[in-house]
Write a protein that binds this ligand. Structure first.
Ligand code: FE2
Length: 294
């Protein structure tokens, strides 16, 4: 069955590129790979040439999420399947693919209007990745670059898109109340051993995503990133805590665009042979409290 393999890259449209560069490089420990002619900044987190691209613009939101497919035949089969399901899928030309550092590229929108890019053949850099600020490195490889939490406008259509069309499997659900009388049902989906590549929920939020997540190799590096964010004056949205489903130890910082980034370590890997889907009743086993709350 054709489907996506992993989250390959993210693009953000940002109104304050200088603030974002400071946040991403000095706070998160990402490394500048290149600057494009239009002023966009390309960041690395491993040996893939392009992982996060910051595009100057007014939107301050996710510009696109790039999902990797294993090879060209699988990519074409997936594009055909999506077209057959009624989605407007466009094949991008060589220039557009080159701008993303990939060999083949299709573009469409998910049912929430989130721009989706499907690609194969990401460019890699010979020079080994090294971040002085994150000596343990970022956990990527077969698990992809991390995950995103998509703000769903239509939960049923969103589940059908990611599950039936992109081929992801349900990991679990969390059903809870964000506040008294404000229920939330979050759905977590995986496409590789990472517990979730995409999560979604129908939360009343203004951006396309609530957050994206990057995983570091050690707890010390997560703690040091937390220290750097505080020292630099970047707002912490949620302090240290642990999620019950993916087991991730993490904190959340506010990006200069208003949505959040989760920085974590120690996430559980899914083995489909033994995985049992279940529903949890809380977002965090402990912690993840906004600063200043009791
Ligand atoms: Fe997350």
């Amino acid at each position: 069955m054709s489907g996506i393999s992993r989250l390959g890259y993210l693009g953000f449209e940002v109104s304050d590129l200088a603030a974002w560069e400071h946040f991403a490089v000095d706070g998160l420990g990402l490394v500048v790979a290149s600057r494009l002619e239009d002023g966009s900044l390309v960041l690395r987190m491993d040996d893939q040439a392009q992982r996060i691209t910051l595009h100057p613009g007014e939107r301050d939101d996710l510009a696109y999420a790039g999902y990797e497919v294993e090879d060209e035949p699988a990519l074409r089969a997936l594009a055909e399947k999506l077209s057959g399901a009624g989605f407007a899928v466009t094949e991008s030309g060589p220039e557009a693919a080159k701008a993303r550092g990939v060999r083949g590229l299709f573009q469409l929108e998910d049912p929430n209007g989130v721009p989706i890019e499907l690609f194969w053949g990401p460019a890699r850099v010979d020079e080994p990745f090294r971040s002085d600020l994150v000596p343990s490195g970022f956990v990527t490889d077969d698990q992809g670059m991390g995950h995103i939490l998509v703000v769903a406008r239509d939960e049923a259509a969103t589940e059908r898109f990611y599950r039936e069309l992109l081929g992801m499997k349900i990991s679990d659900w969390i059903e809870t109340e964000l506040a008294p009388g404000l229920p939330l049902r979050a759905t977590f989906l995986h496409s590789n051993p990472r517990h979730h590549t995409v999560a979604f929920g129908a939360a009343p939020l203004p951006k396309r995503i609530h957050h994206f997540m990057l995983q570091m190799g050690s707890r010390d590096d997560v703690g040091l990133a937390h220290d750097r964010c505080i020292d630099a004056g970047f707002a912490i949205a949620n302090g240290f805590g642990k999620h019950p489903n993916d087991g991730m130890f993490s904190f959340y910082a506010k990006t200069p665009s208003g949505f959040e980034v989760e920085i974590g370590c120690g996430g559980r890997r899914v083995d489909d042979a033994t995985w049992e889907v279940r529903t949890y009743d809380r977002l965090s086993t402990w912690g993840h409290r906004p600063p200043g709350t009791a």
